[in-house]
Design a protein around this ligand. Sequence first.
Ligand SMILES: NC(=O)C1=CN([C@@H]2O[C@H](COP(=O)(O)OP(=O)(O)OC[C@H]3O[C@@H](n4cnc5c(N)ncnc54)[C@H](OP(=O)(O)O)[C@@H]3O)[C@@H](O)[C@H]2O)C=CC1
Length: 738
Amino acid sequence: KLSTSSTLGNQAHALFDRFVASQTCKEVQQNFAELCHHLQLDSQDYHHFYNKLKEKLNYWKAKELWQKIDKRASHPDYEQGKPCAKTKCLVLGAGPCGLRTAVELALLGAQVVVLEKRTSFSRNNVLHLWPYTIRDLRNLGAKKFYGRFCSGSLDHISIRQLQLILLKLVLLLGVEVHTGVNFKGLLEPQASGSTGWRALVHPESHPAASYQFDVFISAGGGRFVPDGFKIKELRGKLAIGITANFTNRRTAAETQVAEISGVARIYNQKFFQQLHTEMGIDLENIVYYKDDTHYFVMTAKKNSLLKKGVIKQDSSDAEQLLAQANVDQEALLQYAYDAAQFSTSHKLPDLEFALNHVGKPDVAMFDFTCMHRAEYASLVRERRGKKLLIGLVGDCLVEPFWPLGTGIARGFLAAFDTAWMVRNWGKGVTHLQVLAERESVYQLLSQTTPENTSKNYPAYSIDPSTRYPNVNLSSIKPKQVRHLYDVEDKSNKKKVPLQNKNSLRRMVDLLSWCQKHTAWCERVQVKDLSQSWRSGLALCALIQHFRPKLIDMSSLDENDAVHNNQLAFDILQREFGIEPIMSAGDMASSKEIDQLSVVLYLTQVHNVFTEAPLPKGKCLNTPRKKSGMPATDLGSSELCYFCHQQLYVLERGSAEGKFFHRSCFICQQCGTTLRQGGYTFYPDTGRFYCEEHSEPVEEKGEEGELQQADLSTGVQVWTISELIPLCINVPILFNMLH
Ligand SMILES: NC(=O)C1=CN([C@@H]2O[C@H](COP(=O)(O)OP(=O)(O)OC[C@H]3O[C@@H](n4cnc5c(N)ncnc54)[C@H](OP(=O)(O)O)[C@@H]3O)[C@@H](O)[C@H]2O)C=CC1
């Protein structure tokens, strides 16, 4: 039903009101389309869209919003949309960070297309907002879109409400947003030179497939990192996060219950002790926020989860520990319910779980033991003379530890920094300078807190110097980021990254380290970093030297190389999470053992046993692309199980005895990236599915062809998981930041 203004005859005003008040992603899109239709506006005319809308909609409510947007758009940084007037951007992901970046890119004058695979915004979880984010969103008209936005002293918002606000805003700015579209990879410009960079999407026939762009922003969340980016794994002490959402009926009783903006164990020992004694629930911390739901996020101790039967069986491997099959869902619901009740003194009446996007009680348990951070934030790829700037924002840049409440603040900082980078790009700054400046700024991101960022919030802009005091935009020099420029050479072969000068030195160091710690075993003679490892005895000897309880070498037969290697691989994977370099069979029988693979593997072994990386450099892991490498005989198991392309150790994941590129490990039906312990495997067909698609669906026709096409486009894969043992003390960090 249209509101009163329509009865007065002004349908456009009513349509605008309806658009502003929309409460689902679908409603926003439909109401926007209707508004455009009614005003005869072409939403694809991105350059003039906003101004034409302003001209045609002479409505006081809209004008209030235009004032805010105009004020922002008049900032000198945007130069009235000139810097990026010729820039075309593709943003992957309509999470808060993708959408916030899209706003900035549109203000810079760029054409912006956003792709999002979900069709609804269904995340109840609530984000903590730093003061600058509240101000930023208010200045963009957040309160016009969502009246409750940060009223009083509130400093948080549910993810879905934030997405709704930003979606409305980007649409008004002429951004195209396509939901229900899955980004599958980048398509290089064609040989004929007739096309630029495009995206491979599903459904394949979607119009977004023909969009050509020169900037690609990946904001696909924690699980989506585009090819080419190195990822650091930050391994901390075991940290198990639980989120729970309960329906908020907004009754007087509910309104009165106080929020908990961060009760950390060392500050409120009595509370946690009582919780433990009375309920058997042992937590490190707990946060409670009210929004559309009553949202709780807590870090729980493993023992209490085991005692309460939430986790069925103990395991030293966090992934196994929290694998779906090892979690009793009912017990988890009870645990979260009890924690919520106790921490609010049982004052929330009729507590009922809110439902998540699949209609189940919205409670989830997450592993924060390992968190990921991209080693760099940007790169430039050039093919057939066409350059593409790629940037990461949001969780895929720095995965946040949710209870710390830093995620969205750092997410927005990165969105601004990325916009600044695109501005430089649009203004024709050389690609190495663009990258060097972006990386100089990125250095600061992980250390930012509300205390060490500028307090002059009104001055905040996309210019990093307005936000980071004393930032040095040229702390990284263009020559230091050459490796982030990925260009094919004239003979059309991919460039091989330069070998690190220190590599040789470090290989010698690694060899002597191995010799020193295997010298005790007469049966082992380490002469090199390849053939000497064939029998498996050298590896077993290393393990016995450092962890004598894990292995008994006296029982091993030198001639049973398969068994020895398997034993060593299993121990190192189980105890330290080091993935095998190849199958034990191939290690024993392949013609030549690849030295680089052995070096990379032993480097990880060295790091876990000494708890320090090799000196003189961070790691030996030189990223390699699939093509353009010197030919090495890596044996048959070195092909990816899924795409049959060559597979190097750093790209490798394994499950069910299969080896594959991590990026190829996707659900056969929906293409979602699969996680260890979060898939279903069908031995008969050899196929893997996500948990939602656990029934094998017969593939036929176009669907089947698409799967083939996805894999055969040969997007380069050189994502690297580097093991960096970092001791993150969660409660202490938590306290520092709250
Ligand atoms: N407190 C909490 O519980 C949570 C908080 N956050 C917070 O949200 C904030 C912002 O996160 P942000 O970085 O924007 O990421 P988000 O995860 O919010 O958004 C990314 C979006 O991109 C979609 N996507 C991923 N891969 C593809 C693809 N290949 N094609 C199309 N769409 C894709 C994702 O869908 P899908 O999700 O289906 O993969 C998701 O909707 C952070 O502050 C983070 O801390 C995020 C998650 C939970």
